[in-house]
Design a protein around this ligand. Structure first.
Ligand code: FES
Ligand SMILES: [Fe+2]
Length: 325
């Protein structure tokens, strides 16, 4: 498949948690492209997952001496993709210059491995600029969902589903009205005004809270919300970064930050998020059309959907076509 979505081609996509990449290559999919990601003493690398010799996935191979060695006939590729050794070749013969792996840009920052298939718009994923320090952090996921990336993002930005899909946890069906709010754009970030939602159990700790939500959209597939407890100084921030594997299959990576309950074990928050994702899964995997319609006439919008509308406009302005219709 050839992709013409320059916005997503030039974007950094999270492909793995840093902790998931150890001493063996891992296959990943970005925008329909299969890649082998591996780690050497020089850093992290992403190759097209195909050995030029006989087309075996390089991710079946192993990392040896800072090189990726193909499982089939042992061709060895260095981090630049150059083949440095062909075991069956007599020592006096030169390695053909065409013996190369196709290399993609790959970096490791902020606990994730990131890949860019095109020309990176910035040297590093810009998300680290938006992740404040000094909070207790938990990584969640990645969650694989049979849904388009933009559908997942829009679900995350959707306030008025909380009282139904997550009733008893993130919302209460007796308190469903959403007061008017606006969305502003500052320095390329879309930001909602505060939206107050009553939440019976917003974080899995079983305590009801009036949460003041501010949503932020940092990029086509990178968003967050910050919730402040109306009555305490508790702050809860959740980042969602979506990897578009194919148009209708995505991986959701989440990072949660908080300034309270420091002693609480990570599993409490992870298990709670696992539950929420399963509730959302039923919606996003069944929505029609599967691809997010960017034509604002295509679905019916309310004022409380302002954020979704702003998000769809952003995708249209950026020219995002992968996962949209
Ligand atoms: S297919 Fe990779 S070395 Fe032959
Ligand atoms: Fe949800």
């Amino acid at each position: 498949m050839t992709i013409h979505d320059m916005a997503l081609l030039d974007e950094w996509h999270p492909v793995l948690l840093s902790s998931a990449l150890t001493d063996r290559p891992v296959p990943v999919i970005v925008l329909g492209e299969k890649l082998a990601v591996f780690r050497t003493s020089h850093g992290v690398h992403a190759f097209k997952d195909l050995c030029i010799h006989r087309g075996v996935p390089l991710s079946l191979g192993k990392v040896k001496g800072d090189e990726l060695v193909c499982a089939y006939h042992g061709w060895s590729y260095n981090g630049c993709g150059t083949c440095t050794r062909i075991p069956s070749l007599p020592a006096d013969r030169a390695i053909p210059p065409k013996a190369k792996a196709f290399v993609y840009a790959c970096v490791e920052v902020y606990g994730f491995i990131w890949v860019c298939l095109g020309t990176p718009a910035s040297p590093l994923p810009n998300i680290s600029r938006y992740i404040p320090e000094g909070f207790k952090e938990v990584f969640m996921g990645p969650y694989t969902l049979q849904a388009a990336g933009p559908r997942l993002i829009e679900n995350f930005l959707d306030v008025s589903h909380l009282m139904f899909v997550h009733e008893g946890l993130l919302g209460d069906s007796n308190f469903t009205e959403i007061a008017d709010y606006h969305v502003v754009e500052e320095d390329g970030v879309l930001r909602s005004e505060e939206i107050i939602v009553y939440q019976p159990d917003p974080d899995g700790m079983g305590r009801g809270v009036h949460s003041r939500y501010v949503y932020e959209v940092f990029g086509p597939l990178t968003v967050a919300f910050t919730k402040r407890d109306r009555d305490t100084d508790h702050i809860f921030r959740l980042f969602l970064m979506v990897l578009p594997e194919t148009e209708q299959q995505s991986k959701a990576f989440m990072l949660k930050q908080r300034n309270y309950a420091y002693e609480e074990p990570d599993e409490v928050f992870v298990q709670f998020q696992d539950l929420l994702i399963e509730q959302d899964r039923e919606m996003v995997e069944n929505q029609k059309p599967e691809l997010l319609p960017l034509d604002l006439q295509a679905e019916l919008h309310l004022r409380s959907d302002r954020l979704s509308i702003a998000y769809r406009k952003l995708l249209r302005d950026l020219g995002v076509t992968f996962g949209t219709a």
